[in-house]
Design a protein around this ligand. Structure first.
Ligand code: TMP
Ligand code: ASP
Length: 238
């Protein structure tokens, strides 16, 4: 399968057409942004880490019965995926207080929740991805009630599978962001990526941050954290 014209360039990935109208190729970049694209940088090797880790995790999720967009990894940075129309919702699941949750509700980071939280925000950098509830999403026609129910069920299942998988790697899954897409027939599938860019990973023993917060918060050792997560996930196979 070969790349044809570039269809889109996002902050972390490029998307190319293929000869098949139902398939596209995503190419992961080393570019990193934060705070709606206002902070910019490069994380060397990030594209390859995110591509390989996301494909591996989505493979695990597919085995657990969650439909995903992944079709075939082509090389370190590029993957064939099903072409979707992205549902413009950033779906966030949290197991432990951190980030915007801690800030918004005035609590410290690191408080475990009895049950995971589910929230979504409107995927729109110009508006700073505002938090939405279901009735807002319906009013804005971002998704149907049925789609939102499907997305909520799938996101909570993803959390169960990933929490257990990462526990086996000595990593606490604090929170993460998912995006979903619609196939040409309207079926909802898990899309975008699952990587240190889109999750918070804390070392289970030391609490050390092993994700993009190292870049967002200028903590240093950013590349090293991505490589460490690669070793944790792939073990001897990386
Ligand atoms: P938050 O605490 O800043 O709302 O982030 C929650 C989770 O979502 C965290 O794992 C990082 C991820 N995330 C993204 O993937 N993209 C984003 O634009 C933001 C703000 C967060
Ligand atoms: N990637 C997001 C942005 O640039 C933010 C983040 O992940 O913190 O807006």
């Amino acid at each position: 399968m070969e790349k044809k014209e570039q269809l889109y360039e996002g902050k972390a990935k490029k998307v190319y057409a293929t000869e098949d109208p139902e398939l596209v190729i995503v190419s992961y970049k080393d570019d990193a942004t934060a705070f709606d694209g206002t902070k910019k940088g490069t994380i060397r090797g990030k594209g390859a880490v995110n591509n390989r880790m996301s494909n591996f995790l989505m493979g695990k999720l597919a085995e657990a019965g969650i439909p995903t967009h992944v079709v075939k990894e082509l090389n370190d940075r590029e993957t064939v995926v099903k072409k979707v129309r992205i549902v413009p919702l950033e779906v966030i699941i949290r197991n432990v207080s951190a980030g915007s949750f801690a800030k918004r509700y005035g609590v410290e980071e690191g408080i475990p929740f009895d049950e995971p939280t589910f929230e979504f925000s409107y995927k729109n950098d110009d508006l700073h991805d505002p938090l939405l509830n279901t009735s807002h999403a319906l009013a804005l026609k971002l998704a149907t009630r049925e789609e939102i129910d499907t997305i909520r069920g799938m996101a909570l299942k993803v959390n169960e599978v990933l929490k257990e998988f990462f526990a086996g790697c000595g990593v606490r899954l604090i929170d993460f962001k998912l995006e979903f897409g619609r196939l040409s027939d309207g079926t909802i599938v898990l899309a975008d990526e699952i990587s240190p860019d889109t999750c918070r990973f804390w070392d289970a023993k030391t609490g050390e941050k092993l994700d993009k917060d190292r870049f967002r918060r200028d903590l240093g050792s950013v590349e090293e954290a991505y490589q460490e997560m690669m070793r944790r996930v792939f073990g001897g196979q990386a």
